[in-house]
Design a protein around this ligand. Structure first.
Ligand code: 5CA
Ligand code: ZN
Length: 413
């Protein structure tokens, strides 16, 4: 946990655009704000898309703290799932070693980007014993059912699926119709063609052991491993309680991941909603396509760091784009961010400057308005430009603004 300086003055209530309702809603619903953000699947290094996501929720946490709230932030690591096993197999490494290595690199990247770590950072693997009881409960309560798995390593073994037709609120996060759901289900980890499912969209909760795959004790479910969505539902339920205030991640998780984990979480908790708001980071792309580990079109935080790029310039490049929009990464944007960082450093290194109170208010107002970081940066640009062209006679201004940049934007000069 880095030291976060206090900023004089007070901040407005933070509002965020909730994907489920489409409305701007207060992110906080009480003094303590619970924040669950979907973490990485650790099979490759952190790219600009991941970095944008975690910087966005870091910004939310900072704005909430500044407006007088305490934040309880939980993040998972999907350290057992098909993509991780497939990559480990391809590269001839143990999946545990691959995950350990990538988690360590991710944490280094986040530290370099001044991302405040979550209060609890939980691996799926270490949490598996806490998934079994809830899945058994879903089966017992009629939310889930077994499907014979003839290719499993043990005779009579069964996979377990969530019955989406049981849930009258299914679709309340993404608002997709069935065709829209089907379009993305398979490419985002779903198995629409699995024989024996009641509905093609039903989600895997527990997979019986197959030869060559790792396995864990599943109680009455049999030996196997958990599905993806139930992991986030159970961790959120156990460590924050449902409803959480904010469920976060990239827009690629709206369906099926957040739709399903919300359905599982509501079924388990009896709560009508899974989250006060669902906040999603737009997709960051490269060369016209979504940046993704599976496509390999990546700009990596760790590579830029090795190239000697100041991590604060990387952070500024990310903050220059509004989180709600998709955008393409280009080298020009990094060059612009480096220029901006140099200008800010120069302006803040003077003995004084124009009074900064209005600038601090402008940063706060921009962040409170659905984390409008580009607007916040422009406010600082205006102050810096005035300081450099006309100077100013407030000796305390650079100090005040420097602390605000550190506390509110996570930019340390
Ligand atoms: N482990 C799951 C979530 S439980 C997962 O999606 N892992 S991930 O490594 O693929 O992505 C980590 C986070 O980065 C997710 O919130 C995801 O939505 C986000 N993300 C992935 N690719 C991009 C991208 N190109 N642009 C913006 N965010 C992205
Ligand atoms: Zn998740």
């Amino acid at each position: 946990m880095p030291f976060i300086p206090k900023v004089p003055g007070s901040a407005p209530e933070v509002r965020v655009r909730d994907t489920a309702s489409g409305e701007l809603v207060p992110a906080a619903r009480g003094d303590v704000v619970t924040l669950y953000v979907c973490g990485i699947t650790p099979y490759d290094a952190t790219h600009m898309g991941h970095a944008a996501t975690y910087v966005t929720f870091d910004l939310l946490g900072r704005a909430l703290r500044d407006s007088g709230h305490a934040v309880r932030y939980v993040q998972n690591i999907t350290d057992i799932d098909d993509p991780l096993l497939e990559r480990a197999e391809r590269d001839g490494v143990d999946w545990r070693d691959l995950a350990t290595r990538e988690i360590a690199l991710f944490r280094e990247d986040m530290t370099a980007l001044a991302v405040i770590p979550p209060d609890e950072y939980l691996g799926a693997v270490e949490s598996i014993p806490t998934f079994v009881g809830p899945i058994e409960k879903l089966v017992a309560d009629g939310w889930a059912y077994a499907v014979p798995a003839p290719d499993a390593s043990r005779e009579g073994a069964q996979d377990h699926y969530f019955d989406v037709a049981r849930d009258p609120r299914f679709g309340s996060v993404s608002h997709l119709d069935e065709a829209g759901m089907m379009e993305v289900f398979a490419e985002r980890g779903g198995d629409p063609d699995r024989e024996g499912k009641r509905n093609r969209l039903d989600a895997l909760l527990w997979r019986a052991h197959r030869e060559g795959e790792p396995e864990w004790d599943g109680g009455s479910l049999g030996s196997g491993r958990p599905g993806w969505h139930i992991e986030c539902a159970c961790i959120a339920l156990d460590h924050l309680g449902i409803p959480v205030d904010v469920q976060g991640g990239g827009t690629d998780l709206v369906f099926p991941h957040h739709e399903m984990s919300s359905a599982h979480g509501r079924a388990l908790s009896g709560s009508e909603t899974f989250a006060g708001s669902f906040v999603h980071q737009g997709m960051v792309g490269l060369d016209g396509e979504k940046m993704s580990k599976s496509k390999g079109n990546l700009v990596l935080v760790s590579q830029l760091r090795r190239d000697g790029v100041d991590p604060m310039a990387i952070r500024l490049a990310l903050l220059a784009r509004h989180h709600a929009h998709d955008w393409m990464w280009t080298d020009d944007q990094l060059a612009e961010a480096q220029q901006r960082l140099a200008t800010w450093r120069e302006a803040l290194s003077g003995n004084g400057g124009p009074v900064a109170d209005q600038t601090v208010d402008d940063i706060r107002a921009a962040l409170a308005d659905d984390l409008d970081s580009p607007r916040a940066l422009e406010a600082v640009d205006r102050w810096a430009s005035q300081a450099l062209t006309r100077g100013g006679d407030d000796p305390g201004a650079p100090g005040v603004l420097g602390r605000a940049l550190d506390a509110l934007l996570g930019v340390r000069l």
